[in-house]
Write a protein that binds this ligand. Structure first.
Ligand code: GCO
Ligand code: CA
Length: 256
């Protein structure tokens, strides 16, 4: 009974930006909860390597290479996935990039690149998947990957923080629009996890020293610690949870 609340058997899940890092860990976690997963990234070779990693763990993942920043490519890809594999019941809109520069010197192209992926790209994916969920009338689960930067600022990452703050309001707005269609739109907001995106920080002992004092849990997060929150928001257990950001941050946003 309680287990059924967290069972994803028979669901098809698309996880964007899942050739590495958080996306790949979440794809694996959703598959272990029973979902069929579709991996996405821009680079087909990296995607194939990610699928091979999952295959070693006994998970047969599908691959859908496309660029989330191109709304036409996104819509074509989602149509193609559904024609080939059936309705997407779970979208994890995870694809995101990080670029660092002091704001005063930030080149326009850097600003645009981050917003194009982290904000526009999430919207295009939610739109392409959401409009089909609405048309089918059988609901669905949309999970945006937010950040502690949905709530907190930090020097040198203005476009990233701006995009993640915007995702908080996008998540709420899509909930406001789509909840009546049985669609739940929620966010998982990770704190600091060691991934490709945080390499610069992981390799900086001063940052780790600061972080372990700043985070109540006193350490970096482990990728597998994001799985529970994501499975919850993808599963029947969260059917009346909507427009919510679930922070998985070792207490960081709760404490000064
Ligand atoms: C930074 C980090 C963060 C993390 C993460 C925290 O420079 O502060 O890269 O932004 O990547 O998003 O939730
Ligand atoms: Ca990533």
């Amino acid at each position: 009974m309680t287990r059924a609340l967290f069972d994803l058997t028979g669901r098809l899940a698309l996880v964007t930006g899942s050739s590495q890092g958080i996306g790949l860990a979440l794809a694996k976690g959703l598959a272990e909860a029973g979902a069929r997963v579709v991996l996405n990234g821009r680079d087909p070779a990296k995607l194939a390597a990610a699928a091979a990693t999952l295959a070693e763990a006994g998970i047969a993942a599908e691959q859908a290479p496309f660029d989330v920043t191109d709304p036409i490519a996104v819509d074509d890809a989602v149509a193609g996935i559904e024609a080939r594999l059936g309705p997407i019941g779970i979208l994890v809109a995870n694809a995101g990039v990080m670029r660092r520069s002091p704001s005063a010197e930030m080149p326009p192209a850097m600003w645009r690149e981050v917003l194009a992926t982290n904000l526009d790209g999430v919207f295009w994916c939610c739109q392409a998947v959401g409009r089909r969920m609405i048309a089918r009338g059988r609901g669905g689960k949309i999970i945006t990957i937010c950040s502690v930067m949905s709530e907190l600022g930090r020097p040198t990452i203005a476009p990233y923080a701006a995009s993640k703050g915007a995702l908080r309001m996008l998540t709420r707005t899509l909930c406001a629009e789509w909840a009546r269609h049985g669609i739940q739109v929620n966010g998982v907001a990770p704190g600091y996890f060691a991934t490709e995106l945080t390499n610069a920080l992981v390799n900086d002992p001063e940052f780790t020293a600061w972080l372990t004092r700043r985070v109540p849990a006193g350490r970096w997060g482990r990728l597998e610690e994001l799985v529970g929150a994501t499975v919850f928001l993808a599963a029947p257990a969260s059917d009346f949870v909507n427009g919510h950001l679930l922070y998985v941050d070792g207490g960081m946003t709760a404490a000064l």
